[in-house]
Design a protein around this ligand. Structure first.
Ligand SMILES: [Zn+2]
Ligand SMILES: [Zn+2]
Length: 272
């Protein structure tokens, strides 16, 4: 890793729970806390971190696969939390016991803020949770971003991702698997709707467009357990890139985030 540069290490990713680590050589920030406290601590240990090493937890929205561990984790380790006003409403509604209000930071989408040497830009995402957002991080002239739980690729999301070196992007479902699957009709409509999740095809199209803005490292995340498979998501994106004569490991890096264990970033020869 270049000194001072940012990288993304998903600890957990998928409809089963999300916690994404953003790190540079000075700090560690967690995006979401959607597994129980014990599992988050264990995953941090797998990447040689303790909870005390976190400088902040940023929440994307109040669905349980993003906040289920937050309540206990916060009371135990006292890490500052950042979320939009409407997400805060959901977080407080899910708390079994209150935590110290000093830890709470209210943020506004479109307004960048800093956590020590990292600038953070929260941006609006179209999703069926009020106040939902994604995050772009910048430090030492390098940017990375996390964008999951997106019903469709809006201009705001795309512009927020533009030019990032590394992006964790949602590849939630394969359309055929969803519509031929077991889910009830209303749930299929919800997932496939404008405030649901991003399908593999839309993810692949976006990856091609982001490559043109300079992104070279893609991590596919938040895969559905029932309506997707890592190899299906990966193949869909690879086919779209190959149609543009772009070759994996020569022109770009593609990874799929593990569901239950940390995914360490792979680097191309030229990046190290
Ligand atoms: Zn959600
Ligand atoms: Zn989610």
């Amino acid at each position: 890793m270049k000194s001072g540069s940012l990288s993304i290490t998903p600890l957990f990713s998928g409809s089963s729970g999300n916690a994404i680590l953003i790190r540079n050589d000075r700090q560690n920030i967690l995006v979401d806390a959607g597994q129980n406290c014990k599992k988050i601590v264990e995953a941090l240990a797998m990447v040689d971190l303790t909870p005390e090493a976190l400088s902040a937890i940023l929440i994307t929205h109040d669905h349980s696969d993003h906040i289920s561990g937050l309540d206990v984790f916060t009371r135990k380790y006292q890490i500052p939390i950042y979320a939009t006003p409407l997400t805060w409403r959901g977080i407080h509604a899910n708390e079994r016991k209150p935590h110290s209000p000093e830890l709470d930071h209210v943020i506004t989408t479109g307004d960048a803020f800093t956590i020590e040497d990292i600038e953070v830009l929260p941006f609006d995402t179209p999703h069926d949770a009020q106040g939902s957002c994604g995050y772009r991080f910048s430090s030492a002239e390098r940017s990375v971003a996390v964008a999951t739980d997106i019903g469709f690729m809006t201009p705001i999301v795309f512009e927020s991702l533009r030019g990032c070196e590394m992006i964790l992007l949602e590849a939630n479902y394969d359309k055929d698997m969803l519509w031929n699957g077991e889910y009830p009709y209303y749930l299929k409509k919800r997932i496939d709707g404008d405030h649901g999740h991003l399908c593999n095809d839309d993810c692949a199209r976006t990856v091609v467009e982001l490559y043109r803005t300079g992104t070279r490292h893609f991590i596919l995340g938040h895969l559905s357990k029932e309506n997707n498979l890592p190899q299906v998501a990966e193949r869909t994106v690879l086919q779209a890139m190959e149609a543009e004569s772009l070759q994996r490991d020569r022109d770009f890096i593609l990874q799929v985030a593990n569901r239950y264990t940390p995914t360490l970033p792979r680097w191309m020869e030229t990046e190290s």
